[in-house]
Ligand binder design. Structure first.
Ligand code: PCA
Length: 327
């Protein structure tokens, strides 16, 4: 009896030591994100994590935490900066109040197609890298959301008809739009949007077909105006110290998988854009072409916002806009 027990504990002891040695050779990263597991951004992140795992022979394990389960959307950047999470996915425009540069891709009607969004991303990249670099973070890759349109519970032919709407905002710029059109903004992150719709807290918002689909917006709102107003980007960022702690081969593997994830993400976003629009229509959403009057009004809102932004963004902002327009 005694002998058996001792034998068992020795075996356990040895296997524990073996496990500990194995674990120390492996690095684990958390990668919080704010969108559902089935969203194309999240699927792309999971593929990125798999690619890193395969390329490093399991030396770097990245766990994607979807749907704001680890941190809320607007907390992820700080979590990565402070090292609470080694990496994370953030919606850049959420941080416009901290620095206008983050909001460049949230200005209505500045860049409205994938080709323009890519030009803007290229123009924004050096300034963004400098900014995040100064905060101890590194950009791994960015992927745009599909173009933004207006979900609304009635037909609208002009901005005047948007007055008084209960408007969900996800960023400073989407709150600003509400202010300019006389709607009442309520900031709600994507993970809480379905509930806000179901309880009638809001009756309108601007976003992509992707988020309308994910949140089953068609169950409470019947119109989506396809305004193609802007394509905001998610950025996958990493804590610089966590990155520097990796050996050179692992670093190279992360950067290679990141470059592939960027190419794949842009392609999927564009491909799924049409798919989402059809899927929404199948669920009963009326996909509306905005009237020239509505478009004209909205573009005016856009030019006010661009002028404001340029004033706030100073020399860095001018550099981004002129690099964007030159290409
Ligand atoms: N979906 C996100 C941001 C932009 C988008 O298309 C959201 O609505 O929160």
């Amino acid at each position: 009896m005694t002998f058996t027990r001792r034998a068992t504990s020795t075996v356990l002891g040895l296997s524990f030591i073996g496990f500990a040695a194995g674990a120390s050779a492996q690095t684990k990263w958390d990668l919080p994100s704010a969108y559902p597991a089935t969203n194309f951004h999240t699927e792309n992140l999971v593929q990125f994590a798999k690619d890193v795992d395969a390329a490093t022979g399991g030396k770097l394990k990245i766990t994607v935490h979807a749907n704001a389960s680890l941190f809320k959307a607007n907390e992820i950047k700080r979590a990565v900066q402070s090292g609470q999470a080694q990496a994370g996915e953030v919606l850049l425009v959420n941080f416009e109040n901290e620095n206008p540069i983050y909001g460049a891709d949230g200005i209505p009607f500045l860049a409205t197609s994938y080709a323009e969004a890519r030009k803007l991303a290229t123009a924004q990249k050096p300034v963004l890298e400098k900014l995040l670099g100064g905060q101890g973070m590194k950009v791994l890759f960015t992927v745009p959301w599909p173009p933004q349109g207006i979900y609304v519970n009635k037909e609208i032919g002009s901005v005047a008809e948007m007055r008084g709407l209960k408007w969900r905002a996800y960023s400073p710029a989407t709150a600003k739009i509400a202010e300019l059109v006389g709607a009442q903004p309520v900031t709600i992150q994507a993970a809480e949007l379905s509930q806000a719709l179901a309880t009638g807290v809001i009756n309108s918002y601007m976003s992509s077909g992707s988020t309308g689909y994910d949140t089953k917006t068609y169950e409470s709102i019947k119109y989506w105006y396809d305004t193609q107003a802007w394509l905001p980007k998610n950025a996958i960022i990493v804590n610089q110290k966590a990155f520097a702690a990796l050996d050179a081969t692992t670093q190279a593997a992360v950067l290679k998988a990141a470059a592939e994830a960027e190419t794949r993400g842009w392609k999927i976003s564009q491909e799924k854009n049409e798919w989402y629009s059809k899927a929404l229509a199948d669920k009963g959403m009326k996909i509306m072409k905005p009237s020239p009057k509505l478009m004209g009004d909205l573009k005016q809102v856009g030019s006010i916002m661009l002028a404001d932004w340029e004033k706030k963004a100073g020399a860095d902002g001018t550099a981004v806009i002129s690099a964007f327009r030159k290409n």
